[in-house]
Design a protein around this ligand. Structure first.
Ligand code: GUN
Length: 282
């Protein structure tokens, strides 16, 4: 039996629709959510993401403010811009696109953002709030994964989850979110011993290692739900971190690449901007 495909594209479209309705209600009260996106340098992939974010922000009725700075911008100038955005009441969310040029201190830049406007959920305060089970801004990609998992499985309580990948952007916050939903969570990575055996125990398998087809089909427990966060550009086009063709023969449900996790990330960014706006106004 082949797995159910989890349609992230359709899920994201329906989430954006709900966000647009809530934005329309806010606008009747004279409030228009605003998202500022800052891009430093010319990284082609980042330019594509930033364009997409701006377009979708406008489509749900929010204001979009794009700030493009040259690669050689001094860090002090970026920090000055963040300070202005922090103090601008029209701006409810601030996102500084990563990676930053090498001469910049990424942690210092992220931690300069007002935590209440940190729609990426990368600020050290939001990381700590999430880790201690308090009200936090939650990173967009794992938030999107969580929404799809809840939709697919209902309660995650007591499920065994293995997250392959330990990044600050995906792996660690994904594990925190699964734990918050009472799953039993293991964070694994490329150096984990007996990784295939560990993965075979997972009811929920999240792959976020950034290596094409790293997770093999026979690492998947029959009937498991597989979430593939990878977006790897290869000669065969975009592929995930999971060997999709093999895994879909064994899994119960699986996200495709493209069209799975990817579309949910920007939709969750808009959801976070809405949340930040609601908190700022109420
Ligand atoms: N670069 C790649 N993914 C992300 C993300 O989720 N947020 C930001 N700010 N930069 C990124």
């Amino acid at each position: 039996m082949t797995a159910t495909l989890i349609d992230g594209k359709a899920f994201a479209a329906s989430l954006r629709q709900r966000i647009a309705t809530q934005v329309a209600t806010l606008k009747e009260k004279g409030i228009t959510p605003g998202l500022a996106v800052v891009l430093v340098g010319e990284d082609p992939a980042s330019q594509v993401y930033v364009r997409s974010k701006g377009k979708q922000t406008l489509e749900v009725g929010m204001n979009s403010y794009e700030h493009k700075l040259p690669e050689d911008t001094p860090e002090a100038d970026l920090l000055a811009l963040i300070d202005r955005l922090n103090n601008d009441p029209a701006v409810n969310g601030i996102l500084v696109q990563l990676p930053l040029p090498r001469h910049m201190d990424e942690a210092a830049v992220i931690n300069a953002i007002d935590p209440a406007k940190d729609v990426d959920g990368f600020h050290i305060l939001n990381v700590g709030l999430l880790a201690t089970g308090q009200k936090a801004m939650v990173p967009c990609t794992p938030l999107g994964c969580l929404m799809m998992l809840r939709d697919q499985l209902g309660s995650l309580s007591g499920k065994r989850a293995v997250v392959v990948g330990r990044s600050n952007i995906v792996g660690k916050p994904m594990a925190q979110l699964l734990l918050r939903d009472s799953a039993t969570v293991t964070i694994a990575h490329s150096r984990t011993a007996d990784l295939p055996d560990l993965c075979r125990q997972a009811d929920i398998l999240v792959a976020a290692v950034g290596r094409p087809h790293f997770v093999q089909g026979d690492w998947v427990k029959p009937g498991a739900t597989v979430i593939d966060v990878g977006i790897n550009r290869t000669d065969d086009g975009l592929v995930g971190d999971v060997d999709f063709a093999a895994a879909r023969q064994i899994a119960g449900a699986i996200t495709p690449v493209p069209g799975g996790v990817g579309p949910m990330t920007i939709a969750c960014l808009l959801a976070n901007t809405l949340t930040a706006t609601a908190r700022a106004n109420g």
